[in-house]
Write a protein that binds this ligand. Sequence first.
Ligand SMILES: [Zn+2]
Length: 197
Amino acid sequence: MIFDYPEPRSQRTHGPSGYASYVSFRPWLRDEFTFRCVYCLKREMWGQVTCEFELDHFEPQSLAPDRKLDYFNLVYACRRCNSVKLDQPIDDPLSMLSSDIVAVLPDGALVSHAPDVNRLIQKIDLNSPILQRWRVMWMRIVDLAKERDSTLFRQLMEFPDELPNLGRLRPPSNSRQEGIEVSWYAKRQRGQLPEIY
Ligand SMILES: [Zn+2]
């Protein structure tokens, strides 16, 4: 289901560090978060990629200036979610928004039994009427495409053509070099990229 959060994972795949500017982490974060907003799961392929996705410091720069260039403090987020979050400090969404903790109802609402996850849902306003309607609309669009238009279905669900080739990047250091082997680009090179996700 398109709004199911990812399987829980204890750590990140990549660990680049040493860049002089946090925008240099963008290709790593696109790959890490599978070309989707970590909060609402909006996909790059559902819009015009340019300028729609931003890099969010989940510990805000104003409160944790020392983490401005810390890859582990950065997430990939759509403009909507980043602008709602603003300077609110939150816990790492990677450990909070996963399929074992959050479920999506057919009416587009998110439910969780974990109080800290509910606080995060509130802070990012992920259960606003507009977002619930948006989820229902996209579920319907994808269902209809699946039934009637296989080309459109694939376009809505596939990976972007332009996958970041992380092996060609040269961050000053990388604590998880092995992550490059399981990047989406490397999977495509090996013929292991799923057609849709
Ligand atoms: Zn979002």
